[in-house]
Design a protein around this ligand. Structure first.
Ligand SMILES: [Zn+2]
Length: 86
């Protein structure tokens, strides 16, 4: 293999490795955010049934929902994000 081809192969392998690291980091970030959301939601109760709310992401917007279907709540940032979707 010519030196030039070898260099290109090395560059390609580094690109693939970097893409895998980015994918791993995005997945890890998503897991950490989900843990944080669930921790926050565990401290929030539904005003109707007093059950613990669950954290969910719907359409890219974070909401806190009653598992019994009594309703869903948003913080200010989520409300702003939801309004931008309308
Ligand atoms: Zn409820």
């Amino acid at each position: 293999m010519a030196k030039d081809n070898k260099d290109r192969m090395g560059d390609k392998l580094r690109d693939v490795e970097a893409a895998h690291e980015d994918q791993w980091a995005r997945k890890r970030d998503a897991e950490l955010l989900a843990q944080m959301r669930n921790k926050l939601a565990a401290n929030m109760v539904c005003p109707k049934c007093k059950g613990a709310l669950t954290a969910e992401v719907r359409g890219g917007v974070e909401i806190y929902a009653c598992p019994q279907g009594d309703g869903a709540w948003l913080d200010q940032n989520a409300l702003d994000a939801a309004l931008k979707l309308v």
